[in-house]
Design a protein around this ligand. Structure first.
Ligand code: NAP
Ligand code: BGC
Ligand code: ZN
Length: 355
């Protein structure tokens, strides 16, 4: 079968031949429909993040997949079921994080991530998985099913942020998303269309015309240009924000988030930046957090419950939004175009087969 693999840091993704995987006992065989591409894939390709499977110099890419069960192999998952796979797998047998259904909370060394950290991903014509690593997706959402994984990341980030405010009567009205990439825009749509936040904002650094800014406008959200409005000015120019979701990977935003929050607000940090040394006013930061009861929460990955919530959320997003967000779907032969990044591209995917 054909797969898409990369030697991180040393080249561009290539189509490679791999043997058709044979499902082991308890595993099903899945025919891949589509696999989405995000900022993490580009970091893996560049060799800035992730690792190849032990003993191999290449990694099969892809962690945002949707496929269809081709061979149930004696499990109770019906053939023909459309499924999205979760990303983490245990490195050696199992461990308490996986047993508790919370692999997303496992520390480094206690998980592999398909397509990212030490395990092959889903950019192949077929892959295998145990049913506990699969979530079913309604057939009518199959084409947009690549959004289940990134939405699950958002479900977790928002859940943890809100949980940090659960000790008091918190009634958030405003949400700010940092970043107008695919994760940022998906999250903005969730705040606006699913969670019904009254006022939503999205921070970027682009000029109009731009397709991401068009989506922000169409959602009825306010665009904030970080080149014109520093984060610290947001409370005076707009308002102090109740919940901020960082999806830029721009390291200063971790600290600037504290400035932009309203008293009692919470910031969820999702970006994965490189090392960057810079000066911050630590006293001010510390004081802001304490005197205004602010919280910062880091969040990575997601578990099966977040995937299930994401499937529900996907069904609630307007069709125009997913149509505008998924800018291009490419065949395997158009590999190079699938991984290009420019200002007209938001979310791209590779299509391996059709339902
Ligand atoms: P992406 O496509 O690279 O999006 C990042 C966006 O942030 C881009 O649109 C970029 O603008 C914008 N941006 C960067 N610096 C900015 C600044 N100073 N001011 C305003 N906007 C700025 O990546 P993505 O796929 O959406 O993912 C976002 C981040 O989340 C990445 O760091 C990724 O690694 C991380 N991530 C984390 C998890 C997790 O589980 N924690 C899951 C998925 C992704 P331009 O395009 O104009 O440069
Ligand atoms: C993936 C997550 C993963 C994270 C860190 C993200 O792009 O969506 O599932 O945990 O990268 O590797
Ligand atoms: Zn991702």
């Amino acid at each position: 079968m054909k797969a898409i693999a990369v030697e991180p840091g040393a080249g561009t993704p290539q189509v490679v031949e791999r043997p058709l995987p044979e499902p082991q006992s308890g595993e099903v065989l899945i025919r891949t429909l589509r696999v989405g591409i995000d900022g993490t894939d580009h970091e893996v390709i560049a060799g800035a993040y992730g690792e190849t499977p032990a003993g191999q110099d290449r990694l099969i890419l892809g962690h945002e997949a949707v496929g269809v069960v081709e061979d149930a192999n004696g499990t109770d998952l019906a053939e023909g079921t459309v499924v999205a796979p979760t990303v983490r797998r245990p490195p050696n047998g199992s461990n308490p994080y996986f047993e508790a259904g919370e692999p997303d909370m496992a520390p480094e060394g206690q998980y592999l991530e398909c397509g990212i950290v030490g395990a092959d991903g889903f950019m192949a014509e077929y892959f295998t998985a145990r049913p506990k690593y699969l979530v079913s997706v309604p057939r009518e959402l199959a084409e947009q099913g690549i959004l289940v994984e990134p939405l699950s990341v958002t479900e977790k980030g928002i859940e943890h942020a809100i949980a940090s405010r659960s000790a008091f009567d918190w009634r958030p009205e405003s949400a700010l998303v940092l970043g107008n990439g695919s994760l940022g825009l998906l999250t903005l749509a969730v705040f606006k269309e699913v969670l019904d936040y009254e006022r939503t904002y999205c921070l970027g650094r682009r000029d109009r015309p731009d397709p991401t800014l068009d989506i922000i406008d169409k959602l009825g959200s306010t665009y904030i240009d970080s080149r014109e409005t520093p984060m610290a000015d947001i409370p005076t120019v707009y308002e102090g924000i109740d919940i901020i979701y960082e999806a830029t990977g721009y390291a200063k935003h971790a600290f600037e988030t504290v400035e932009a929050l309203a008293p009692n607000g919470v910031g969820a940090l999702l970006g994965v930046p490189d090392d960057w040394t810079f000066e911050i006013n630590g006293g001010h930061l510390h004081r802001e957090l304490v005197l205004h009861n602010k919280a910062l929460v880091g969040s990575v990955n997601s578990n099966r419950d977040h995937f299930a919530a994401a499937v529900k959320t996907l069904g609630q997003l307007p069709e125009w939004f997913t149509d505008d967000l998924i800018t291009d779907v490419y065949e395997l032969e158009e590999l190079e175009a699938a991984f290009k990044t420019d200002d007209t591209t938001i979310k791209t995917a590779v299509e391996f087969s059709r339902i």
